[in-house]
Design a protein around this ligand. Structure first.
Ligand SMILES: NC(=O)c1ccc[n+]([C@@H]2O[C@H](COP(=O)([O-])OP(=O)(O)OC[C@H]3O[C@@H](n4cnc5c(N)ncnc54)[C@H](O)[C@@H]3O)[C@@H](O)[C@H]2O)c1
Length: 210
């Protein structure tokens, strides 16, 4: 979408955060929100929120705030929430099983369509309503899938990532400790819980909340 290109990356990263909060407000029947209210909820300062929202053509009115419905409409288009992004999950172990049971579609249109594993006890079964196929048949099933969640052991992550890329996947959410190498047109987001925990502890020590 052309308008999306004009949004700075830092702003784009905050969109899902805003979207989730505004969607909840909308579900509660609220039609407007002040930048102060938003700021406290999403922990982004209100000057940044005002600047972000000005990119969306949403200018808050003094004493009124922002129109929730207008913002949601904009976010849906920008985040492609109107179109479901199909996601595959590779590795149905502890972490993978938990994700399959988590209902991602509650707040947006992301859906885990299928899962893969090599364990014969898991192949052919379902978890959270998602079918688990053999990793050997992965390529046959990935015809209309755009993104993948990687929850396999680190040692096989690179090989699986290469197979995913060859099947046309352009986004990988990597939960394994392995750093994977992919072509430039593929986006990898690496989620390392130990780094997140260390960072939390650092902030707790150095920037304690009052
Ligand atoms: N469990 C956690 O809390 C946690 C936290 C952070 C990161 N991680 C990382 O996430 C990944 C998964 O963790 P887990 O605890 O779920 O492990 P797990 O051992 O419970 O699950 C791994 C799954 O991958 C499958 N698998 C193995 N090789 C495969 C292959 N070649 N193709 C397809 N499937 C294959 C296994 O059969 C198993 O079902 C690991 O890389 C781990 O380091 C786990």
């Amino acid at each position: 979408m052309a308008s999306q290109n004009k949004i700075p990356q830092a702003t784009a990263k905050r969109l899902p955060l805003y979207y989730r909060f505004l969607n909840n407000l909308h579900l509660q029947g609220k039609s407007r929100v002040s930048s102060k209210e938003l700021s406290e909820a999403v922990k982004v300062d209100s000057a940044t929120i005002r600047r972000d929202f000005s990119y969306f053509g949403a200018l808050g009115k003094k004493g009124y705030g922002y129109n929730v419905e207008y913002l949601l409409g904009f976010f849906r288009k920008t985040l492609d929430q109107d179109e479901t992004t199909k996601v595959a999950l590779i590795g149905v172990g502890n972490l993978g099983t938990a994700f399959l049971h988590y209902n991602f579609t509650k707040n947006n249109n992301t859906k885990i369509e299928m899962a893969f594993d090599l364990d014969p006890n898991k192949i052919g079964t379902e978890a959270g309503g998602v079918k688990i196929y053999s990793i050997d048949e992965m390529e046959d099933h990935l015809t209309d899938v755009q993104a993948a969640i990687l929850t396999v052991p680190g040692a096989v992550a690179q090989n699986i990532a290469e197979r995913l890329v060859a099947s046309g996947i352009t986004g990988i959410l990597n939960f394994t400790p392995a750093r994977i190498t992919v072509p430039d047109n593929v986006r990898v987001h690496h989620i390392d819980l130990s780094v997140e925990l260390q960072s939390l502890i650092y902030f707790m020590k150095h920037y304690p909340n009052d």
